[in-house]
Design a protein around this ligand. Structure first.
Ligand code: 5RP
Length: 239
């Protein structure tokens, strides 16, 4: 196992310690969350956790949760979730994040917004001083609006590309039947402003900018796992 994979696993296991019997859990998507899902399954199998239900944020996570024998439920049955655990493509010390590398951003954000407590898990390569520095912002768009949306996002200063599928010709189709634009804005000085501007563009369904959702993050490194709370006025160097 590579150092970054081991770091992801350690962060995931720390987050799972927050789960208590009877909780309804938002299950994020991605390789880091996969470790959390497997660990929850192990705890259920060992009778160390019970009465747990998960709300998955992607088809991939649904399959992984079924394999781990985690009972599933929906936001219609449980519009408020006790806890959410999700990965990130990039996060800053305010615990604002860029997500959507796996294309699951729309359901991930809906679930994030439904959680009483929302925990991000990642390896330390995901930490940044400034969101967007070396990372694109994934944006879910409606297939009817590809070219107008690309042009509008470009006007906001981004280099844009329509994410392509692998293993199939053509654009990547999300679990919701939409497409993904990857927008490279470079370092984003005001993510709240940018997110508002993006949401004002017709055809944009959701952005991968997760601002103000996370209450806590576990970030795995070579040795320990850092426990980070949002630090509104800090810079990365201070933690
Ligand atoms: C999927 C996501 C993932 O959480 C994000 O891409 C991180 O993935 P990984 O844990 O595999 O590094 O937002 O849409």
């Amino acid at each position: 196992m590579s150092a970054s994979t081991a770091a992801k696993k350690k962060a995931a296991i720390r987050a799972v310690k927050h789960i208590e019997n009877g909780m309804i859990i938002g299950l994020g998507s991605g390789t880091t969350v996969s470790f959390a899902i497997k660990h929850i399954g192990e705890l259920i199998a060992a009778d160390k956790l019970y009465d747990i239900y998960g709300v998955p944020t992607s088809i991939q996570t649904t399959f992984e949760a079924i394999k781990a024998k985690i009972p599933l439920t929906s936001l219609d049955e449980h519009p408020q979730l006790d806890l959410g655990i999700d990965g990130a493509d990039q996060l800053d010390v305010k615990l604002n994040a860029i997500k959507g590398g796996g294309g699951a951003l729309m359901r991930e954000k809906i679930v994030a917004a439904a959680c009483k407590e929302y925990i991000l898990i990642a390896d330390e390569s995901k930490l940044t001083d400034v969101l967007g520095n070396g990372k694109v912002v994934p944006i879910e768009i409606h297939p009817f609006a590809v070219t107008p949306t690309l042009k509008s996002v470009e006007k906001l200063g981004a280099k844009v590309s329509l994410r392509q599928s692998s293993g199939k010709l053509g654009p990547l189709v999300t679990d919701n039947g939409n497409y993904i634009i990857d927008a490279d804005f470079g370092p984003i000085q005001d993510p709240w402003w940018l997110n508002r501007e993006l949401h004002a563009i017709p055809g944009i369904i959701e952005t991968g900018m997760f601002l103000g959702y996370a209450h806590l993050a576990y970030v795995g490194g070579r040795g320990s796992v850092k426990r980070l709370k949002p630090q509104p006025d800090a810079t990365l160097k201070k933690i």
